[in-house]
Design a binder for this molecule. Structure first.
Ligand code: DI6
Ligand code: FE
Length: 394
């Protein structure tokens, strides 16, 4: 006897290396987990509750594996300046950019940070997201980095969603520190103090961020604390971030616009997931796209995420990233959809989700579309017809 069954649905299970399609299928749950998946006519037993999905498509609940969802204020004014020709990098070097969000975030409380992020989270959940990663990185001191991570975890209690937190203290150098002094402060003070609130440690290795040697030091300290690492790598130039992430056995290396093929091959060998963030590339008008051909060649798993943040990607939509991934990077529909399900789960080190398969969490996203390609095709609008989180309609 199952607890629940979703029937009269088409399934994109993500089993195998494509979409794993089962037409006229059913998904059955026991407790929080999927107990059975297959063609409806083979459903082995009854269920306490049966949901007729009226031909909707069921995918694994979507996973947004890279977000800066928690921050205060916005950067619409900076956006206006960029429209007159000032660049993202120039603004950052003048002490605006990330540091202007740091000033606003330090002035906020844990409560107001969570309240400001909630509508953004609601927008993502409405599209079928059931798991989200949220980074700190706009505090750059122990108290505010901790407040950001606690606000993120609070969001996971306020809504039916799994929240995974990443400590991104090595995001920018705050006023009053040299770069070297700040890295020492991250390693000696912020990392150990904020570790109880973090599921992973991230860093920004780039010419306006931290050097590879500084990133190595932060990662060594993170791993000594037992925390997995992930990296903002090779976004604005190639600093060897992909290979660095692979050397540390990182869960993921993200952005990768300028990553070189050898680094991508090293990631594939290390099992490090390549997280593509086409919304950020689009918004800062980066014309140098990630080397998708080299990624395919290497066999590295590709995920797609929103990177929602106030500076380089104010995008409250993961479905939009499916479209941008396909139009800008020429991903296939299967690559894009695996990028927000099974490969996004791998990017978070969560083997219990991301596919429709017995034994995995019963996190589902239902869509009123005729074929999965529509999820990548439409721009705007929201075909999500429901979410199931841990076997419960959410
Ligand atoms: N790369 C990004 O795209 C975000 N952080 C980073 O290291 C942007 C952060 C911001 O501009 O506020
Ligand atoms: Fe980011």
């Amino acid at each position: 006897m199952f607890d629940a069954v979703w029937t009269n649905a088409n399934l994109a299970t993500m089993a195998g290396d494509g979409l794993g399609i089962i037409e006229d299928g059913a998904v059955a749950s026991i407790g929080q987990d999927i107990a059975w998946v297959g063609p409806r006519k083979n459903l082995p037993g009854p269920a306490t509750a049966t949901y007729d999905c009226a031909g909707d498509w069921i995918l694994p609940g979507l996973i947004d594996c890279h977000t800066h969802l928690v921050f205060a204020g916005d950067r619409a004014e900076e956006f206006e300046r960029r429209l007159t020709g000032v660049t993202y990098e120039q603004i950052a070097r003048e002490g605006g950019g990330i540091l202007s969000t740091v000033r606003a975030t330090r002035a906020a409380t844990e409560e107001t940070l969570a309240a400001a992020a909630l509508p953004r989270l609601n927008a993502l959940l409405a599209e079928g997201v059931t798991t989200i990663e949220i980074k700190s990185g706009y505090g750059l001191d122990l108290a505010t980095e901790t407040a950001m991570l606690r606000a993120a975890r609070r969001l996971g209690e306020a809504r039916t969603v799994t929240v995974r937190t990443s400590l991104l203290a090595a995001h920018a150098v705050p006023p009053g520190f040299t770069q070297a002094d700040y890295i020492a402060h991250v390693i000696d003070t912020i990392l150990p103090g904020a570790a109880p609130y973090a599921d992973a440690v991230d860093a920004f290795c780039d010419r306006i961020g931290f050097t590879p040697a500084e990133t190595d030091a932060v990662f060594d300290a993170a791993r000594a604390l037992g925390l997995p690492v992930k990296l903002h790598a090779d976004q604005l130039c190639d600093l060897g971030g992909a290979a660095l992430a692979a050397r540390h056995g990182a869960l993921s290396a993200d952005h990768l616009e300028h990553a070189n093929p050898a680094g991508l091959a090293a990631m594939a060998a290390a099992g490090t997931v390549a997280v593509l963030l086409p919304g950020a590339g689009y918004f800062i008008r980066e014309t140098h796209h990630p080397d998708i051909a080299a990624m395919r060649e290497s066999g590295v798993r590709m995920a797609l995420a929103s990177d929602i943040n106030p500076g380089s990607c104010p995008a409250r939509s993961l479905l939009l990233m499916l479209n941008l991934g396909c139009t800008l990077y020429r991903l296939t529909v299967a690559e894009a959809l695996r990028g927000v399900t099974c490969h996004a789960a791998a990017a978070l080190g969560l083997p219990d989700r991301g596919m429709l398969a017995p034994g995995l969490r019963c996190d589902l996203a239902l869509f009123r579309v005729n074929r999965p390609a529509e999820l990548c095709y439409w721009i705007g609008g929201n075909p999500c017809a429901g979410r199931v989180v841990g076997g419960m309609s959410a």
